[in-house]
Design a protein around this ligand. Sequence first.
Ligand SMILES: *Cc1c(COP(=O)(O)O)cnc(C)c1O
Length: 410
Amino acid sequence: MKKTGFTTTALNVGFAKPDPHNSLQMPLYETVAFEFDSTEKMEANFKGEYIAHVYSRTSNPTVEYFELKLKALTGSHAVLAVSSGMAAIADSILAVTKSGENIISGSRLFGHTYALFQDTLADLGIETRFSELTDAAEIENLIDTKTRAIYFETVTNPQLDIADIEMLTGVAKKHNLILIADSTMTPPNVFNAGSFGVNIEVVSTTKYISGGATSFGGAIIDHGNYDWKLNPNFSKYTEKFGKNALIAKLRKNIYRNTGGSMTPQTAKMMIQGLDILELRVEKCYKNCLQLGAFFESNPKIKRVDYPGLKADFRFQLTEKYFNGIPGTIMTFDLESKEACFAFMNRLQIIRRATNLNDNKTLIIHPYSTIYAEFSENERKTAGIRDTMMRLSVGIENVEDLIADIERAIE
Ligand SMILES: *Cc1c(COP(=O)(O)O)cnc(C)c1O
């Protein structure tokens, strides 16, 4: 059969086992343990010869269905759902490196990812070498025999820089490194990570996928395009599990032993989120374009940044990698910090909150919040202006958003 579109696929992914009642929705398996028919089967399971759900920290039918759905929608080799975006990032790095080794990472990162690399992993002896990731020669200079991976975010927040994915794939391949992308900003209906050579995709499903900021979750997506024999940390797994070495190491070691599992209740919400992901993202994107046109035409708006706008200097990269949709976060500037604060305080529909990709439109002044602890110089290096506000654009009727902004700007 011809490959179906994103939403058709989302709605028609089959269950791992037929439902005894032919339920159209994956039921919520709110249980910890699963029983065996016989002691022999139990023994076979523990030997790895008979696969079944045993205990929900390691696997659960509702969580498994979320994984199957995301696997189908990303065209990937395997997916592991975890408790949060941070768990996905931490588990992935712990699987590919160990003490005494290093990774190379973009320097403009989600704040807690930066803290994980700089503090938590550093204390465990895993070094992160930061780079702007714009120059192949500079990255190659950072690589040594202990380097295991290159880590980047597809679109940085709030700068909205777009990664040079083709260049990064080239460097990673040349040095046998694992290329890991945090694609949270660019959901699977706009970005096909595997087709651009990304090996491991990590996602905070808390954002777009949860379906409106209902629940926390994360996913580790293996695109099946890396030979795990090239990384010494998989030697115990490649012989027995071959192509499944990453997932096997996670399921039998890192993920299982650190306990950051997705709950079945959360998986149920994530499944519903995936069903309507494309609809929501397309609506948010249309709103971004209309807000962008409004910002461009209003003299009080000093600057607007959204790589999905034709006038934006990143528009071509947006077309190349993200089918024209670089996520649905935009920034805009007023003349001063005071003007931003007064504007934000007058808003009645747009909410002052720090999350991304809620169904509601959210606004924040990054300089005084997310970057509050940064020095003036660090803010400058990070491209954070005190005149800038970040909008996470939701699915409201756009005329109401524009009216809210017009009222607040006067
Ligand atoms: C939110 C976010 C994370 C962390 O995800 P949680 O689900 O909050 O743990 C990681 N990366 C990016 C780009 C994010 O936006």
